[in-house]
Structures are given as structure tokens and as C-alpha cells.
Design a protein around this ligand. Sequence first.
Ligand code: PEP
Length: 263
Amino acid sequence: MPRKSARNKQNRPVIITGNWKMYKTIEEAAQFVEALTPLIKQSPLSAYLSVPFTAIHSTAELVKKLDAPIVIGAQNMHDASEGAFTGEIAAKMLKDAGAEFVILGHSERRHIFHESNSFINRKVKKAIAEDLQPILCIGETLEQRESGKVEETLKSQLLESLKEISAKDLEKVVIAYEPVWAIGTGKVANADDAEKAHLFCRKVIAEKWSQEDAAVIPILYGGSVKPDNAGALLAEPDIDGLLVGGASLSPENFSQIINSFKV
Ligand code: PEP
């Protein structure tokens, strides 16, 4: 099956990606792909799945065998081409295993593993150079939100993580706005607040690059997305898709989220 990729009313590609974090063995990943495939066959979208490194190759092969509308990606990578970086993984290894995209700068990487914007910026550049689509995550903590620093935080994360990226390369980037206080907590940003943050990100892109670039870049929302709130989030004009953690672990929940997008 050719990859299905629907566009929203704003003519931007809609991307709904799961992020499995540190869950699922190779066998469990295969069972998930087999269960999900028939559940999303009516959707105009392909499901993106960001799986653990160990399951990239097997799930990418299974997706080919089943001719399933699923795109496999990774959750992180190093910016070096290769070298003495024990425990790390390079972009070309991810490509070799079958990944087509990579999540970069997830808040768990920023906060637990202390990744800086400059490190994330180097990774974004490397992913683009190796033809892996980067999904760049940004988002404020609860403390930053309560002290009125949402815009300041988003602006510095965007500008520093995308430093020296040309307009041509920006076309390959997807942004995910993920308020840290909403990730894995069950507290979802309401659709209005999420829309405001997405609009602000577009304004930053327009000021630094151009209005045209801001109008085409897909911006996803992530943070406690569930089958019952996905539709309202996707109905906002500047929300072009979703990054789903917990609810992407169950094929039933994830398929309901995907099926909540209507052209
Ligand atoms: C995430 O993993 O980025 C995420 C948004 O998780 P959850 O959907 O569980 O909040």
C-alpha cells in the first residue's frame, strides 16, 4: 500500500505518531502492528510509530510484508556520524534498520538526560543530512507556565534548536508542542490553549524565516492525548497532528485516535 498522507484544511500534512518510550519487546511490537493494521484501514492517514531501537528493524520489515499504512521511526539519536559514544546510536544506523523519522528533544530527553538546545540542534541538522525526518519537541514546564514564561520558553527552544537551519531544510522539520506538565499526567492542555501555543510557534517561525515557511510547517500537539480529546485538538486550525505516548501502547486506543481525523 503506498503511504497514505492526508492534508488538513490548511493544506498541511497531518501526522499522528505514537511514542512507545521504553515499552514493548520485538514480539509485542509485532503483535501491535498486526492488530493495528486492520483497525486503521479506512483512515486517510498512515500511522507513525516511534518504537524502541530494538524493534525498528523487525517492525519495519513486518510493515512491508503486511503492506500496512504504518511509518516506523526512532525516539532519539546522536549527532555524530559514528565514533566512541558507548550506548549511543547514529542516524545512518536508524536508517539502515528501517526508520524514516526520529523524535528529537523530547522533554524526557531534555529533563532526565539533560539534553541542551545546542545538542538537539546538532541532532536536527544530522537527521536532515541523513534524510531522517526530525520531529522536534518543545514545551514549557508547569513552573514556566505559572510564571508567565510560556512564550519566552517556546521561542528560545525553537530558535536555538533550529539555529542555522535554512528555509529549504526547515521544510523537512515537524514540530511537536508538548507542554511538559501534560505529558503522562492525564492533564491535557485545552484545545484553545494548545491552539494559542501553536499560533505563537508559527509567529516565531514567520519572524525568523518567513510567513510562507510558517504557513506550511506541521505542528503537532502532545500531552495526554486520548481517544476522547483527539478530535477536539485536531479540529483546531493550527494543530496538524498529535504525538501520543501512553494511549499509543494499545492498538484499540491508538486506532481510535487516528480514526478521529476526518478529511
Ligand atoms: C509523549 O510521550 O510525548 C506524550 C505526550 O505522552 P502521553 O501521551 O502519555 O502524555
